[in-house]
Design a protein around this ligand. Sequence first.
Ligand SMILES: [Zn+2]
Length: 129
Amino acid sequence: MDSDSGGKRENEREPHMGKNIAQKREKEKQVVTLMIRLYCRKKHGTKTGLCPDCAALAEYACARSDRCPFMENKTFCANCRVHCYKPDMREKIRQVMRFSGPRMVFYHPVMAVRHVVSTRREARKLAQK
Ligand SMILES: [Zn+2]
């Protein structure tokens, strides 16, 4: 599954690793979709898939990830200082993050931990500005 956990740290910092950025994009979409699915299941009682609202949000989030020009430097679109999300979508995704973020630990420990750590770091950076 997650086979890139060992020995590849250096490459992640390489400025021209287009492949890594593509992977990061895919990973972000994957994580966002999982978080929305979890949120929808718990909050909206959706048994399979997503309710129309959450489906629209997931689609929107993935479209933003696809277009994001800052993929290389940022950690997560919902956490990005460029705030390319529309205000209502941004509010929705923030609720999803707040709800699903801590719970992701149980479902996908590696991804969740990595996300929480980088989010904290980013938040601290933003707070200092
Ligand atoms: Zn929903």
